[in-house]
Design a protein around this ligand. Structure first.
Ligand code: ADP
Ligand code: MG
Length: 691
């Protein structure tokens, strides 16, 4: 249960003074539904009211605070604005109101009196004016705020309204027990939480708006600490889960390695050792195998699965799509056969008698390795003795889904493979609950892909180049633009391109998109992989997996619309065979700054980890990998592109915290529980003994 101390923060925004149902809706859109959401909504800029020129000196366009004597009221007739003439020793200025109430203005600005007026000075018809001043006060009243925070807005919300609500939200914030280490706070010269929150909402200088300013950095660190602590608790829970010690004798794996037409890379060997060591522990393994496209994860997965099979148990390999599952089967089956190990495929498409037979062989253990889609984890599927579940390309999964996944066999080890290189910084936030093995080398003999950017106007040349590649015995991937509006749009674009290319290369073009039926997709893929088709027009369904070594050209239309990670994935589909490969990034100009940089990065490097870092830099973590599907956490205060060092500290901090006070029961531990609630990591608290 959330401590009652935090209740004021988790009250609805409507409980703030001046916020009714209408405004509450807008605030919800802007920040979120509760008071705490507004607390996390930090100012984006400042208005500096310290500029106090005379009227004659005042620079147009700048916010100025003027001391004026009121001369005359000129109420506007009909639709004219209401104007007030005022002056100082240097000259005249007109104060202007549209739709003003005259009686209110005459009281506010009595003739002959002096007033302090603050707002943006403009020039209209050659004369200085100020429309709708922000402040009009008497000289005897207190001075104006020297500097005012300006908040990010949404349509329908006035700056002053947001300012007031944010200030009111902060005023509700209670003083909380300190969860940070005092020595660390002192070293960074950070204040307590409440003080940091208040000063983040009351910036005095432009530099206070920087995410690196002390107040903001402290809040960001709090958020990162909460994230790391929550992940560590989940991780510990997994570790504590009863596992089993799986020790293969290498007899099957040895046969497969001998049958491979290549030697394993040092990275592959290293990863395999880590996996085997994990599996040998009587604990549950939860390990991430990260490796660029083509770095050879599948072989590693197979050898890990054989480790389970050698010990007399079973293993399963789950892919996100049917195409990929079939591809894995094609890789795994012949190799496993070399060791006399039975492999079965199970997707949504195996039906009736075939399905029943597969299920039976899985249930009695004759089938040692199952390859499939999530159909593998459906209720009717029973394994005789599942010891290892390998999940491929699971960047779409979050922490809690991973927990669910192991429900097929509570004690089964889990190996997650991802071909989406994740920057180290994000690895900690998203996969802090897992151990990580990285395949950093490319298998020997890979040639870098020659990557070029070409404006769409030169489409004809690109078609000719594709024709030449096909004439030379190569195969061509042709990826069609991503159409945001609808899936149907993707399909239409792909179909249109298919028609054009089919006319040029009759009978040699295949088409695959997300709306085709399974069998149609397979037919198209099969035609491309081995049969008659030399050019495959596709939407991004080919993004994950799909191994066609003969493919030498990858054309990506409107490449500027794709994210870096996606472009990298797509490009990874080629250059797998021995021949030189080319990637043509077709773009529709003019390019924006970010799009230009992205395409530039693609030309410069094919190192997935570097590309991922760059992606983070260019897009910000929020957008990376499509955060919503990726299961990556979204941060309100921390900016991973800027606070990466803090994240690393938070991780170490958490290790120390849990070593000293594993159940968070001491005074700092209690404060840390409060932190977890503050950042809504309630779930993690349930993993504590007295949660
Ligand atoms: P990933 O799944 O990481 O994208 P794969 O496991 O599909 O990569 O491997 C890509 C290709 O490289 C496959 O054809 C595979 O047989 C081959 N391969 C794997 N490991 C090696 C290696 N050590 N040396 C040469 N080729 C390899
Ligand atoms: Mg693969």
């Amino acid at each position: 249960m959330r401590p009652s101390l935090l209740n004021p923060l988790f009250a609805e925004i409507e409980t703030l003074p001046g916020v009714g149902p209408r405004l509450a809706k807008l605030f919800q859109r802007l920040a979120g539904p509760r008071v705490v959401d507004l607390c996390w909504h930090l100012p984006a800029s400042l208005v500096d009211r310290r500029y106090r020129p005379s009227v004659a000196e005042a620079e147009p366009g700048r916010v100025a605070t003027l001391t004026l004597t009121i001369e005359e009221h000129l109420p506007g007739r009909a639709r004219q604005p209401y104007r007030v003439r005022a002056r100082d020793e240097s000259g005249f200025i007109e104060l202007v109101w549209f739709h003003a109430r005259g009686d209110w203005l005459s009281k506010l600005l009595p003739r002959g009196e002096k007033r302090r007026v603050s707002g943006r000075v403009e020039v209209f018809n050659g004369r200085p004016q100020m429309a709708h001043p922000d402040y009009v006060t008497g000289l005897e009243e207190g001075d104006l705020p020297a500097v005012e925070a300006v908040y990010p807005l949404t349509a329908g919300l006035q700056p002053k309204v947001v300012w007031k609500a944010a200030q009111a939200a902060v005023a509700r914030a209670p003083s909380l027990p300190e969860w940070q280490d005092p020595a660390w706070l002192k070293r960074r010269q950070w204040s307590g939480w409440l003080e940091a929150l208040k000063s983040a909402h009351a910036p005095g200088e432009a530099e206070d708006l920087s995410p690196l300013a002390p107040a903001r950095a402290r809040l960001a660190y709090d958020e990162l600490l909460a994230n790391q602590l929550a992940l560590a608790l989940v991780r510990r829970r997994q570790r504590q889960a009863r596992g089993r010690a799986i020790r293969g004798d290498g007899r099957l794996a040895g046969k497969v390695v001998a049958a491979l037409p290549f030697a394993l890379t040092a990275s592959q060997q290293g990863a395999l050792e880590e996996i085997r060591a994990d599996m040998a522990q009587p604990l549950k393994m939860l390990r991430l195998l990260q490796g660029d496209v083509g770095s050879g994860k599948t072989v590693v997965a197979l050898l890990a699965m054989l480790n389970a099979v050698e010990s007399g148990a079973q293993a399963a390999l789950m892919a996100p799509t049917e195409i990929l599952a079939r591809q894995h089967l094609a890789t795994v089956e012949p190799l496993a056969a070399a060791a006399g190990v039975e492999v079965a495929l199970l997707t949504g498409r195996e039906k009736g008698k075939t399905r029943a037979a597969i299920l039976e062989r899985l249930a009695d253990g004759r089938t040692a390795i199952a390859v499939g889609t999530h159909a593998l984890f459906q209720e009717e599927v029973a394994f005789a003795d599942l010891a290892l579940a390998v999940v491929d390309e699971q960047h779409r999964f979050g922490v809690h889904q991973r927990l669910q996944l192991s429900s097929k066999s509570a004690a089964a080890d889990v190996l997650v493979m991802t071909a989406t290189p994740i920057p180290r910084t994000l690895e900690l936030t998203a996969y802090g609950d897992m151990d990580v093995s990285r395949l950093t080398e490319k298998p020997a003999g890979r040639r870098p892909v020659d990557t070029r950017t070409i404006p769409l106007e030169r489409l004809e040349q690109v078609i000719e180049a594709a024709g030449r590649a096909m004439a030379a015995g190569g195969k061509v991937f042709w990826v069609c633009p991503l159409v945001e509006e609808s899936e149907l749009g993707d399909q239409a674009a792909a179909e249109e391109r298919f028609r054009v290319l089919e006319q040029r290369f009759p009978g040699r073009v295949a088409l695959v998109h997300g709306r085709l039926k399974g069998a149609e997709k397979d037919a198209a893929m099969a035609a491309f992989a081995s049969g008659s088709a030399d050019l495959l027009v596709a939407t991004t369904v080919i993004e994950v997996g799909v191994d066609v070594p003969a493919a030498t050209v990858m054309v990506i239309e409107q490449a500027e619309r794709f994210g870096l990670a996606q472009l990298h994935q797509l490009r990874g589909r080629i250059g797998r065979g021995r021949r030189a490969a080319t990637c043509l990034l077709l773009y529709r100009g003019p390019l924006g700054e970010t799009a230009r940089e992205r395409l530039e990065v693609m030309r410069e490097t094919d190192d997935g980890f570097r590309i991922a870092e760059k992606d983070l830099e260019l897009r910000g973590a929020g957008e990376l990998l499509g955060t919503r599907q990726s299961g990556l956490p979204q941060f309100r205060l921390a900016d991973l592109a800027l606070h990466a060092d803090l994240l690393a500290v938070a991780r170490d901090d958490v290790a120390l915290i849990l070593e000293r006070d594993p159940e968070l029961s001491g005074p700092r531990g209690q404060a840390l529980r409060c932190l977890l609630y503050l950042f809504e990591r309630d779930q993690a608290i349930r993993y504590l003994r007295s949660g």
